[in-house]
Design a protein around this ligand. Structure first.
Ligand code: ATP
Length: 152
């Protein structure tokens, strides 16, 4: 099996967000959790997923402040930001290794375009799905479905 026991999402979120808040106190986090917060994944992997997605929400904000929303309904985890968004035609590529939408902006931040490729790898390892919806200049939502796809 991929992991021995489920981890408590609410604990991993608290843990991760307190790290970000120290460095980025100008960002607010709104967290909406279902009562069932146990997820079948290794603690380090869940933490890594949250770090990648929250780090992006902060990096691609419109200003040096903002609000990040995290939802979990018992199956789907959603991380929503109100930043620069991603153009529809770029969306198919953002999970590719070394892909960055805006080379200039990303380069200056020392980004390699690996975060989402790693996130996708972690999800695939467990059979979980990660996807994105976005409207340019309005919002970006990353969704992870923590439910195994039916295996053949
Ligand atoms: P790093 O390797 O440091 O994560 P990166 O942020 O460039 O670098 P990814 O995390 O893989 O790489 O993201 C790929 C691209 O997708 C980014 O360059 C950015 O253009 C776009 N992107 C990712 N998350 C968001 C977001 N929340 N809002 C807007 N654009 C995003």
């Amino acid at each position: 099996t991929s992991c021995e026991e489920p981890v408590d999402l609410s604990i991993v979120i608290k843990d991760t967000i307190s790290d970000f808040k120290e460095v980025h106190p100008e960002f607010d986090f709104d967290i909406y959790l279902n009562s069932a917060t146990k997820i079948w994944i290794r603690f380090e992997h869940l933490k890594q997923l949250l770090i990648i997605l929250i780090d992006n929400a902060i990096k691609y904000a419109k200003e040096d402040k903002g609000r990040i929303e995290i939802y979990y309904d018992g199956i789907e985890l959603k991380i929503k930001d109100y930043g620069i968004g991603i153009a529809e035609e770029k969306i198919p590529y953002i999970f590719d290794r070394f892909y960055r939408v805006d080379e200039a902006r990303s380069q200056s931040n020392n980004n390699f375009g690996l975060g989402l490729a790693i996130a996708k790898r972690i999800c695939s390892y467990y059979g979980y799905e990660i996807s994105v919806e976005s409207i340019i200049n309005e919002y970006t939502i990353f969704t992870i479905i923590f439910e195994k796809r039916t295996e053949k």
